[in-house]
Design a protein around this ligand. Structure first.
Ligand code: PLP
Length: 413
């Protein structure tokens, strides 16, 4: 057996360069994290070889006795973690988890209500570029003038348009959702209620963000963001939806489940059940808050004025900068963010007037509030002089030196 290094040096070089980038750069993409060695071990295991169409105890292939144990462990742990009656751990991604819910209850042309994409909603909640927007009649809710969710307006629109499904959850919204109120609105207008908690799942698991499970018919999530597991999706629901959701995932949408990824999900769920996970998520909140406050002191405007989660948006218009330019300048300074539309953004989604900043990855590598403030100062320095090569070089050196004090996987020599 040859190693990648011996068999495929070209590919090996790219993988090694990416590993080094993860060690050397300050990672602020809100949807990213660093998984444990145990999660990677499960994903690199021989379970990748196994076909297991069906569900534990009801497979279409032989030899599934051991992967049945694996999948049942993942199911039992995730149900315990979130207090759910039913769980499906097979969706290959967050997008497929959402599609599986849609196909289990909706028909083409049905009306669906989701968060305005320009206010922080996700593509799969009704973008015209996504299957959800192509198949369903989308109505949106959004933010009021304080950049908080306008629940009164949501209720008014829901009663008028009578959607069959209301979707909670977002990709770029810093505050807490009122899932209880959304559940009441859904009940009043006769809609199903689904929450896509992909961004908040780790915080929810640790009890530091509201849990949608008691209020929603369906809860979907990715497993790779704040939850710090492998890339993938899950669906949680009330027990009555078991049959329709199981058949919606397989065979409607997917074939064989990725058993190595399901094993890695099981590892991540066990990690999330440990007491240290609550400490981690509390620190995620503290670090996001510390960065938002310091950036405010440095003259930047935070959308919604604050954060109550792992994420926030910075409005760059006051600096005369676009999201695209800020993203590029910060990248040169070894700080990784993504450009992001802000509410009512005058720029296109390719340019934008904002950047999105998240604390999950820096918190995993051990940054506390003191380091979060240093990071915010580095960001502000770059945004004050995005074309000054000397500033970018100085910040890049500082960023990498800080990273080397907090190695992720490898001690730097
Ligand atoms: N739902 C939300 C709220 C997300 O932010 C994302 C990812 O960006 C997804 C779903 C999609 O997940 P995936 O990239 O696994 O399809």
């Amino acid at each position: 057996d040859e190693t990648i290094a011996k068999f495929d040096p070209e590919l090996d070089a790219a993988i090694k360069a990416e590993c080094q980038r993860q060690e050397d750069h300050i990672e602020l993409i809100a949807s990213e994290n660093y998984v444990s060695h145990a999660v990677m071990e499960a994903q690199g295991s021989q379970l990748t070889n196994k076909y297991a169409e069906g569900y534990p105890g009801k497979r279409f292939y032989g030899g599934c006795e051991h992967v049945d144990v694996v999948e049942q462990l993942a199911i039992d742990r995730v149900k315990q973690l979130f207090g759910a009656e039913y769980a499906n751990v097979q969706p290959h991604s967050g997008s497929q988890a959402n599609q599986a819910v849609y196909f289990s209850i909706l028909k083409p042309g049905d009306t669906v209500m989701g968060m305005n994409l320009g206010h922080g909603g996700h593509l799969t909640h009704g973008s015209p570029a996504n299957l959800s927007g192509k198949m369903f009649n989308i109505v949106a809710y959004g933010l009021n003038e304080n950049e908080e969710i306008d629940y009164d307006d949501m209720e008014r629109v829901a009663m008028e348009k009578r959607p069959k499904l209301i979707i909670g959850g977002a990709s770029a919204f810093a505050l807490r959702f009122d899932f209880e109120r959304m559940g009441q609105i859904a009940k009043k207008c006769g809609a199903y209620f689904m929450v896509d908690m992909a961004h908040y799942a780790g915080l929810v698991a640790a009890g530091v963000y509201p849990n949608p499970v008691p209020h929603a018919d369906f809860v979907t999530s990715t497993t790779h963001k704040t939850l710090r597991g492998p890339r993938g999706g899950i669906i949680l629901a009330k027990a009555e939806y078991e049959k329709s959701l199981n058949s919606s995932v397989f065979p409607t949408l997917q074939g064989g489940p990725l058993m190595h990824v399901i094993a890695a999900k099981a590892v991540a769920f066990k990690e999330a059940l440990q007491p240290e996970f609550k400490d981690y998520q509390q620190q995620v909140l503290k670090n996001a808050d510390a960065m938002a406050k310091r950036l405010t002191e440095r003259g930047l405007r935070i959308v919604s004025g604050r954060t109550e989660s792992h994420v926030f948006l910075v409005d760059l218009r006051g600096k005369g900068l676009t999201g695209k330019a800020a993203d590029a300048a910060l990248g040169k300074a070894h700080i990784t963010v993504n450009k992001n539309s802000i509410p009512n953004d005058p720029e296109s989604p390719f340019i934008t007037s904002g950047i999105r900043i998240g604390s999950p990855a820096i918190t995993t590598r051990g940054f506390k509030e003191a380091e979060a403030v240093l990071v915010a100062d580095m960001i502000a320095d770059v945004l004050d002089a995005p074309e000054d090569a000397a500033v970018l070089a100085r910040v890049a050196a500082e960023a990498t030196a800080l990273c080397h004090r907090f190695p992720v996987y490898v001690k730097q020599g």
